[in-house]
Design a protein around this ligand. Sequence first.
Ligand SMILES: CC(C)(COP(=O)(O)OP(=O)(O)OC[C@H]1O[C@@H](n2cnc3c(N)ncnc32)[C@H](O)[C@@H]1OP(=O)(O)O)[C@@H](O)C(=O)NCCC(=O)NCCS
Length: 184
Amino acid sequence: MVRRDEPADPVATALRDVARDDAAELAAVHVAAWQAAYRGLMPDRFLNGITVERWEERWAARLAGESLPPVRVAVRAGAIVGFCTVSTPSRDVDVGDGVAELVALNVAPGAWRSGVGTALMTDALARFRRDGWRVATLWVVEGNARAQAFYRRHGFVGDGAAMTHAPSGATELRMRRSLAAVGE
Ligand SMILES: CC(C)(COP(=O)(O)OP(=O)(O)OC[C@H]1O[C@@H](n2cnc3c(N)ncnc32)[C@H](O)[C@@H]1OP(=O)(O)O)[C@@H](O)C(=O)NCCC(=O)NCCS
């Protein structure tokens, strides 16, 4: 029983579609996640150059379009703590039909390992299934062991494809999973 003088569950995570005025909060999460996750995997010059101000401008431009981009955000205690962007179909031309892509999944470092990524992933996979997609893919930076472990836990395996992330020079590896399989 929750008593009236007790705060609501402090880690309750709500998911919603992105809103027009989310740019500042999204940029803060995005830059913090990249600078924490990619130190040592991408050049310092690149990482130090990605500022919240610049990425807020990029987000604001994306959120100013006629229709909002396919982004879901995770909110805790009124603040955005993570987001997930998808592409349906996948942006890749070599994957065939019925393939959806998780384009970006980022959680604020202070909230890592507390279930936010899983909430966003579960939501994305459920929506892909609901919309009839057969397979989900994503690209992960080589050496990003944290993310690779997370994705393996969610049923993704490497499919052998690799490419260079042009802005940073990092190698990205593709992972995929069936959306028909039981469990995630
Ligand atoms: C990868 C990321 C999205 C995971 O999100 P998260 O909210 O920390 O993940 P969760 O708390 O839901 O973790 C779920 C499971 O993933 C695995 N996992 C998460 N972090 C892990 C780590 N550091 N090492 C090993 N496994 C890990 C675990 O199996 C974990 O379950 P457990 O805690 O019960 O053992 C998050 O760390 C992140 O935003 N990283 C920076 C950006 C990034 O690399 N994004 C991926 C781009 S491709």
